[in-house]
Write a protein that binds this ligand. Structure first.
Ligand SMILES: *Cc1c(COP(=O)(O)O)cnc(C)c1O
Length: 358
């Protein structure tokens, strides 16, 4: 049976990217050697990381003065590296969900953390608005897409202080104005590559403003000065990232990805809003295009397990909601074709025909 992969992360990658990665695992560039058994300092791999960095900059239109780093440790290590490198006295955080909270927890080790605004009062089903950014904080940290709760900030906000963004689950899904950010980071396993790779886009002159000593591996300057080769970088995911960036470029770049994301998310939200059996969990204006969360309507609450089984039998994968929201979550990252969203919509309509109360 054809599978429709709505996994939240690690998640779907274009099939051709996976196939080409497999070829390189067996034999890189007809060298008779696997990608996994060559030096990261070899000519063959240097060409890979150079192309990946250069595509990253080209596709996101990253201005001069910024570095792109490929590191390990996941977005979770960045939760600590950000304050290590940027927080002198005080930082402001927008609390929009579980990941934002984890980022705040690490920052508190380094200084004062101001929770600028929070939507915890409604289980993070909306984005807080109308807050004032304190000009005496060292930076403002936001999470642009809240993977668990399905809210998303799609405007590059104007901040009077350096802006730092966790873009783990929406990078490359829309054009961004990188010049508004001091740092953008994320785990690559949602929309870029297999697990094991962390991307960091960093404005070089935003660094060097803290007074503490920073261990080499946690100091962004180390990685900038060594072009992500201070130690052995995650070779295989970087290779896949390079292939996936080629795929994004060939499919219209971030403008093309945004068009696809709009078409897919509108198709699914329209069905959620039309179908009496289902209800969206997020305030409409704050809905994510990447992670679409919905539950059974009050009148059909007892059918949750039954719909999950129904959908699974029809090839849907990964649609069970996160435990902190319940219900369902369809992650519609770049690689997911609109046909898969249509298949899920068909499934919801079929289920409605069988189960709708008259
Ligand atoms: C998945 C995710 C993380 C955690 O990423 P790791 O690479 O597993 O550390 C952090 N932030 C957001 C928004 C995520 O979606």
């Amino acid at each position: 049976m054809k599978k429709h992969n709505f996994n939240a992360g690690p998640s779907m990658l274009p099939r051709e990217v996976i196939e080409k990665t497999s070829q390189a695992v067996l034999d890189l560039n007809e060298s008779g050697l696997s990608l996994m058994e060559i030096s990261h300092r070899s000519k063959d791999f240097q060409a890979v990381i150079d192309e990946a960095v250069s595509l990253f900059k080209e596709i996101l239109n990253i201005p001069a003065g910024y570095s792109v780093l490929f590191l390990g440790g996941g977005a979770s290590l960045e939760f600590c590296m950000i304050p290590y490198n940027f927080l002198n006295k005080k930082a402001a955080y927008l609390n929009t969900g579980a990941w934002a909270k984890k980022a705040m927890k690490e920052a508190k080790i380094f200084g004062e953390v101001v929770e600028l605004a929070s939507s915890a009062d409604a289980n993070y089903t909306y984005l807080p608005k109308g807050y004032t950014i304190p000009t005496d904080a060292d930076y403002l940290h936001i999470t642009t897409n809240n993977t668990i709760y399905g809210t998303e900030v799609r405007t590059d906000i104007d901040s009077p202080i350096p802006l730092v963004a966790d873009m783990s689950s929406d990078i490359f899904s829309r054009p961004i104005d990188v010049s508004k950010y001091a740092c953008i980071y994320g785990g690559a396993q949602k929309n870029v590559a297999p697990a094991g790779l962390t991307f960091v886009i960093i404005k070089e002159d935003a660094l060097g403003k803290v007074n503490r000593a920073i261990p080499s591996m946690l100091d962004y300057k180390t990685h900038i000065s060594k072009s992500s080769m201070f130690n052995t970088p995650p070779v295989l995911p970087i290779y896949t990232a390079m292939l996936n960036l080629r795929w994004i470029k060939a499919n219209g770049g971030v403008a093309g990805m945004e068009k696809r994301a709009i078409a897919k998310s509108e198709l699914l939200y329209r069905e959620i809003d039309r179908n009496p059996l289902f209800t969206g969990t997020v305030k409409k204006e704050d809905r994510s295009r990447m992670n679409i969360c919905f539950v059974m309507d009050e009148a059909y609450k007892d059918l949750e397990a039954s719909f999950l089984q129904f959908a699974t039998e029809r090839g849907m994968v990964g649609v069970k909601g996160h435990r902190s929201v319940g219900g369902f979550r369809a992650s519609c990252y770049n690689a997911l074709p609109i046909e898969s969203v249509q298949a899920l919509v068909d499934c919801m309509q079929e289920f409605e025909k069988i189960n709708a109360k008259k």
